[in-house]
Structures are given as structure tokens and as C-alpha cells.
Design a binder for this molecule. Structure first.
Ligand SMILES: [Zn+2]
Length: 270
């Protein structure tokens, strides 16, 4: 049988040692998702499917533009303490994720890969304290990206309804990426309750929201106007922005001022 060419020479789990040894790599990507209920119509892997797709699309484009990227196998679990009431939502403590991320960062450091992008796919995960803590402990520069925030400025032009979870945006993405796993006819309309406290409703007091009391069927936001075409537009925009970041990261030398430009800003630029 002829040897099948690896079409994704940036996806570590599909690469051989021979390929890895011969491929220059500067920037690693680590997708991190969750396993949780997503209304009645989307699969439990929704966050992980999306974050993997965004990472793959961005790596594909960045690699074809010459960036030396490698996509690490992702982490399919996330912090779910506030969704635990929903059957088989799998909660992993942030401290556990941080330990895993720290170990992976030290592995990258050992192998001379000094730039890492954590692509987070779940709102309950928070890697900033971990990355702040790791700063200075290894030679690896780490950037954290909550992927859905990259398209925040275009959400209202693409989608008619806003939401937070299994909403029109996530449902559109899934209709584009994994249409066979979407059961839109089962969708709850995703209405949520307000709290009885103005401080919480205005957002200046924060709580981990008890999702089973906040929502009716775990969804937050009306998904019923979702289309595959909207998902494709949104993901395309995000993949373009993330791939541009990867290209710039790959090209940038880690000199003494990295990640800053040599000259301080002029006042007129601020
Ligand atoms: Zn989600």
C-alpha cells in the first residue's frame, strides 16, 4: 500500500516521530473544552467540538501561511461545579486542569517550544491565575484565548439572538460542524431567570450561577434561528483572526523586549 501522506502535519496525534523530528515547530496550541449538558438539542461535547474545530482551522491556515505550529491533543473536560445538577455533566476542578497545563508547559519547555496558545472553549474555565503563576517558572510564553470572545464585535451582525449557552451562536456552529449531532426540533427556548438581587443583576456582585435554577433545560439563549451558514461565517472570522495571531507569534523572535515593539509609544499614538 502506498504511504498515505499526512495531510495535517501540525496535528501531533496524527504525526510520527519521523515527521515530528523533521518538522520545525515554534508555536503550540492546546484546545480545552468541557463535557456538559447543552440544552436538549446539542451534544455534551459541544464546547470541545467547537474549540477543536477553531484550533484546527486556525492551524491549517497558519501552517499554509508558513507558521511553524503544532496542535497538541486537547483536554475535553472543564470546570462544571455550577452545572453538576445536569446528569453526566463532568466537573473537573480548576486546580486539576492547572496541574495538567503546568505539566504540559514543562514538557514543551524541555523540547524547546517556547510559545503556547491555550485555546479555551468553556466559560467556566479560567486559566489566567495559572498562567500568571507559571510566568517566570519556565521559558514558555503563554497566551490565553477564550475563542468565542474573538468574534464578540461581529456577534450582533451575524446572529439575531444573544445568549450564553447552547444559544443561536453555538447551535449555528454545531449545525455547520456536526449537523448529524444536532436535534433542533428538541430545543428548549432557552429562557433564564433574573435573580432577586440588583447587585447580581447589574453584575457588580458575582456568584457561580446555579445553572439548574437559572435555566429551564440548561440552555441560555434562544437557539431556534440558528443556521449552518451563520456558524460558518462566525467560525471563518475567528479562524482568520487566530491564524493571524499564530503567524505573527511564529515569526516573532523571542528577543529581550518580546512581546513588545522596540520603541515606546508616542503620546500621539495612545
Ligand atoms: Zn458551550
Amino acid at each position: 500500500m502506498p504511504e498515505r501522506e499526512n495531510m495535517r502535519p501540525w496535528k501531533l496525534q496524527e504525526m510520527t516521530y519521523k515527521q515530528v523530528r523533521e518538522t520545525p515547530m515554534d508555536v503550540a496550541l492546546l484546545p480545552i473544552g468541557s463535557t456538559e449538558a447543552h440544552n436538549l438539542h446539542l451534544p455534551y461535547g459541544t464546547d470541545f467540538y467547537q474549540v477543536e474545530a477553531v484550533s484546527n482551522l486556525a492551524c491549517e491556515r497558519a501552517a499554509s501561511a508558513g507558521a511553524k505550529v503544532v496542535r497538541l491533543p486537547g483536554i475535553p473536560y472543564g470546570v462544571e461545579s455550577n452545572l453538576q445538577a445536569f446528569k453526566l455533566t463532568m466537573h473537573v476542578r480548576q486546580a486539576t486542569l492547572d496541574t495538567l497545563v503546568g505539566d504540559l508547559v514543562r514538557s514543551l519547555d524541555r523540547h524547546g517550544i517556547r510559545k503556547l496558545v491555550l485555546v479555551n472553549g468553556h466559560g467556566g474555565n479560567n486559566f489566567q491565575p495559572c498562567v500568571r503563576d507559571l510566568y517566570g517558572q519556565t521559558g514558555v510564553f503563554i497566551a490565553v484565548v477564550d475563542w468565542w470572545k474573538m468574534g464578540q464585535d461581529s456577534r450582533e451582525t451575524i446572529f439575531s439572538k444573544t445568549g450564553e449557552h447552547a444559544d443561536e451562536m453555538e447551535t449555528s456552529n454545531c449545525l455547520h460542524l456536526i449537523p448529524d449531532l444536532v436535534h433542533l426540533e428538541d430545543a428548549d427556548e432557552g429562557k433564564v431567570r433574573r435573580t432577586r438581587f440588583e447587585a447580581l443583576n447589574r453584575g457588580w456582585a458575582w456568584i457561580p450561577r446555579p445553572w439548574d435554577r437559572l435555566t429551564t433545560q440548561s440552555g441560555y439563549g434562544d437557539p431556534r434561528q440558528a443556521t449552518a451558514e451563520k456558524g460558518q461565517r462566525f467560525l471563518d472570522l475567528i479562524a482568520g483572526r487566530l491564524s493571524q495571531f499564530l503567524v505573527e507569534l511564529s515569526e516573532s523572535p523571542m528577543d529581550g523586549l518580546f512581546p513588545y515593539l522596540p520603541q515606546p509609544q508616542k503620546e500621539s499614538d495612545t
